[in-house]
Design a protein around this ligand. Sequence first.
Ligand SMILES: *[C@@H]1O[C@H](CO)[C@@H](O)[C@H](O)[C@H]1NC(C)=O
Ligand SMILES: *[C@@H]1O[C@H](CO)[C@@H](O)[C@H](O)[C@H]1NC(C)=O
Ligand SMILES: *[C@@H]1O[C@H](CO)[C@@H](O)[C@H](O)[C@H]1NC(C)=O
Ligand SMILES: *[C@@H]1O[C@H](CO)[C@@H](O)[C@H](O)[C@H]1NC(C)=O
Ligand SMILES: *[C@@H]1O[C@H](CO)[C@@H](O)[C@H](O)[C@H]1NC(C)=O
Ligand SMILES: *[C@@H]1O[C@H](CO)[C@@H](O)[C@H](O)[C@H]1NC(C)=O
Length: 461
Amino acid sequence: MATLSVNGHFALLLIWIGIWLSECNDIGPSLDDDLLSPYPYGHSHGPSHSHRHVRDCQSVVHGNVTHQTWPASNHTGVPVAESKVFISDVPGTTRWVTGHITVVHDPLRTVSVLEPGGPGGCGMNQREVVEETARAGSCLYAQNGGFFDTRTGECLGNLVSDGVQVRDSKGLQNAQFGIRRDGTLVFGYLSEEDVQEEANPFVQLVSGVVWLLRNSQVYINQSIQAECDTTQETGNFRHFVDVVSARTAVGHDEEGKLILFHIDGQTDHRGMNLWEVADFLKGQGVINAINLDGGGSSTYVANGSLASYPSDHCVSNPMWRCPRRVSTILCVHQPQCQPEDCSGHGTCINGHCQCQEGWSGTGCDTLVCQPPACGAHGVCTQDGCACDAGWRGKNCSQECPLGLYGLDCGQKCQCQDMCPCDPVTGSCNALFQGEKNQSIHRGMEPPVTPPPTQSTSSCSN
Ligand SMILES: *[C@@H]1O[C@H](CO)[C@@H](O)[C@H](O)[C@H]1NC(C)=O
Ligand SMILES: *[C@@H]1O[C@H](CO)[C@@H](O)[C@H](O)[C@H]1NC(C)=O
Ligand SMILES: *[C@@H]1O[C@H](CO)[C@@H](O)[C@H](O)[C@H]1NC(C)=O
Ligand SMILES: *[C@@H]1O[C@H](CO)[C@@H](O)[C@H](O)[C@H]1NC(C)=O
Ligand SMILES: *[C@@H]1O[C@H](CO)[C@@H](O)[C@H](O)[C@H]1NC(C)=O
Ligand SMILES: *[C@@H]1O[C@H](CO)[C@@H](O)[C@H](O)[C@H]1NC(C)=O
């Protein structure tokens, strides 16, 4: 079931998480590298280039387009995502790295950018461990998301979480990842107009630092130009790119599946530099990707909990510090609806469509029935038409077949000579229309038991 193609340059081992975790005590949330930041301390953090700068400085082959878009896969089957541990050597080095790749099949409905600790977390400059935000958000998988000010906790860059615009970077530029309402995946640099577009707004949007892959090409040097503030800071920014460390990234493949990437590490010792991350992702068939981070640590959570990892490693292994409180996270959860997912026949409440009467299905797109649909011989219920005795069919338009009568045509006629009976009552006088009509006119009950004798001819009348 290992579906990812293996890059020839990386000796890559993909192992199912469940198997790996039960056998290995050596992997866990990675380190707290709190000095790894593209922005120097003592300066204002975050992007400071205008969108115009980015647009004017990029290669002419991109015209005036500063981001890439791709339709998201909308495969709704189960599981929601597949996540694998990998162990790989890094080409040209003696380094081995461990990390996770998570492939998400329906990003629009199952991926959210979550504020630290829950909605409103950015407004309070909150910081929280990934595990806790993931638990509150019922995430199946989660990892660090956007950048933040490591001193104040302020969330940085553009931020849209489940359709709510939390922050606007005012057009200042860092690499972005977003999902628009129609499922379009967006990677790159966005003008304020792009962010504010109302026709097809962002439902998720987060800011990273460094656009790693653009159209399957490594785009790091261009990112340094686009994102790095001043010449004086370039050294710092280059160091951020070049240094081996724990990393997280997000990208997409040819089919529009979202690829979450996490690599364990410690600055200057273990992990990957961003060139290696870009090469690795490219080898996995990733087309566009940006680097995400959380102040230098990278944490990966499965099934909403770090509990699947050895819980005491923070303490027992002096190489590792305990998971750090970070800002936003990327969360993969069970499908949630968007208002338009309910097909106009229901309301999206708490991520699930509540269907109007007569409609069913997760998207309220299956017509159970509508009152007129059951005709004169049935009533519409949540489970479809409930037919009167003597009638059947999806819309109660068919009489019971000869020889059967009653509710759901569930009873056999008891008439002699296999004569048919009244489809409603089972009366064996059914075919004597005149007689039946008379009995009704007289207000008499039709006979419950067949009359003692009946000729064959009366039956075939
Ligand atoms: C997460 O849950 C799924 C389904 O219950 C299970 O198959 C998978 O092994 C779990 N992953 C981890 C890392 O516990
Ligand atoms: C971008 O370029 C296209 C054609 O090259 C042009 O039609 C469009 O107006 C330009 N947009 C901006 C914002 O300059
Ligand atoms: C899934 O995507 C395809 C192609 O992009 C589109 O035609 C289809 O309407 C989408 N289905 C849903 C349920 O969104
Ligand atoms: C990136 O820039 C550096 C320094 O300017 C240069 O040495 C390197 O070849 C460039 N890499 C790519 C892939 O363009
Ligand atoms: C009932 O269903 C049949 C086909 O199954 C269809 O021809 C007929 O128009 C339907 N009647 C109503 C009232 O919807
Ligand atoms: C008996 O009733 C049916 C409809 O219920 C009607 O079509 C038919 O003409 C009636 N026959 C007589 C003899 O009254």
